[in-house]
Ligand binder design. Structure first.
Ligand code: WQD
Length: 335
């Protein structure tokens, strides 16, 4: 079974490529290297001992993208990871985000329809949920995005819902990620953001290897058990497995239609939980200071994983200790 992964050299894409290859899928990757490195192709081959076809193409370049479909008419499904994802940058450059994150999806859908490829899995995000006092978040909860990045995810969901209504032969699954962290046990691939990391775990890792002096914890006056923000951290390998489960559901249900699933653990951990666990499993490496809240952050959110568990047979397996250990293992092996 051949699948196409856009953004397949990125953090989540590359881990999904590894899991798919291990599960005997044939994997094609399209990536423009805007936030990834070509060396990841060989790293994926190294981990799996299998080949993967790579095209250095921007999914917004429809003409070049068409080549991929011409050369691979037997693609079973497309998993669409490619997209810009920095919240702060999206506020400064909204048109760049709308252009890139929406045109890429529209190009894919048009070329898939033209080539009779009807199975599509979309990398969505918990960021599409409206602020909610009720936790855990369920797929039926109200949607509202608070920044251009989040709105591109939300608008993509609307585009995909409208497209699937107009083209019922399409099977489209929206996977809403919570907070992916961790790395493949090999330490060969992992989270490797350009520049100063926005997200918690990659920043912690930079402190642990001495690139930064300490972690600033953005606010300790939230309405949570220890005052620091609570999130649903999911191991990236569990997240990748969730995509394989979504593929299997499409394979087994001819008319799967449009499905929406949270991919999270159902457990919330605070920033201090993460720092303390990281220091416990890796050695006391991370000092921290409390600073002001970061604009746009909210107290607490975590997933209800029940629907994915029931309908996809998806259940996370990795522990917070494994997430912290594997994150550090990756940076140590690649510094
Ligand atoms: C987690 C917690 C921060 C950095 C973001 C995106 C979201 C999704 C996941 C793509 C919060 C605290 C962080 C730091 C800190 N991405 N923190 N010091 O904000 O929950 O979600 O990534 O879909 O769209 O918004 O993740 O890792 O940035 O923050 O104290 O240096 O860590 O306040 O409580 P977030 P995060």
């Amino acid at each position: 079974m051949k699948i196409l992964l856009t953004g397949g050299l990125g953090y989540i894409g590359s881990h999904t490529a590894v899991q798919a290859l291990k599960d005997n899928y044939e994997v094609i990757i399209v990536d423009n290297l805007s936030n990834s490195k070509e060396e990841v192709v060989n790293k994926i081959r190294q981990i799996t001992g299998k080949d993967v076809k790579f095209y250095k193409i921007d999914v917004c370049d429809k003409q070049k993208l068409e080549l991929v479909f011409d050369e691979n008419p037997d693609i079973f499904a497309v998993i669409h990871f490619a997209g810009f994802k920095a919240v702060g940058e999206s506020v400064e450059k909204p048109l760049m985000y709308y252009q890139n994150n929406l045109i890429s999806t529209i190009n894919l859908l048009e070329l898939m329809k033209k080539n009779g490829i009807v199975n599509f899995i979309f990398s969505s995000s918990a960021t599409v949920y409206a602020p909610s006092k009720i936790m855990p978040l369920e797929e039926s909860f109200p949607l509202e995005a608070s920044n251009p990045y989040g709105r591109t995810k939300l608008f993509n969901e609307f585009i995909l819902k409208d497209f699937q209504s107009a083209n019922p032969e399409f099977n489209i699954t929206l996977l809403r990620y919570f907070n992916p962290i961790g790395a493949d046990d090999s330490g060969i691939i992992g989270e490797d953001p350009n520049g100063i990391p926005n997200n918690l775990m990659p920043y912690i890792c930079k402190v642990a290897i001495g690139e930064f002096d300490h972690l600033d914890i953005f606010g300790n006056d939230y309405n949570t058990k220890d005052g620091t923000g609570v999130r649903d951290y999911i191991h990236v390998v569990d997240l990748a497995t969730g995509h394989i489960k979504a593929l299997k559901q499409i394979e087994s249900n001819k008319n799967n239609g449009l499905k929406i699933y949270n991919l999270g653990t159902g457990k919330g951990y605070s920033v201090l939980d993460i720092v303390n666990t990281f220091n416990k499993v890796n050695g006391d490496l991370v000092k921290y200071e409390f600073t002001q809240r970061r604009a746009g952050d909210i107290d607490i959110y975590y997933a209800s994983p029940k629907k994915a568990e029931k309908e996809l047979g998806f259940k996370t397996e990795k522990t917070l200790e494994e997430m912290c250990k594997s994150s550090y293992n990756y940076v140590i092996k690649n510094k």
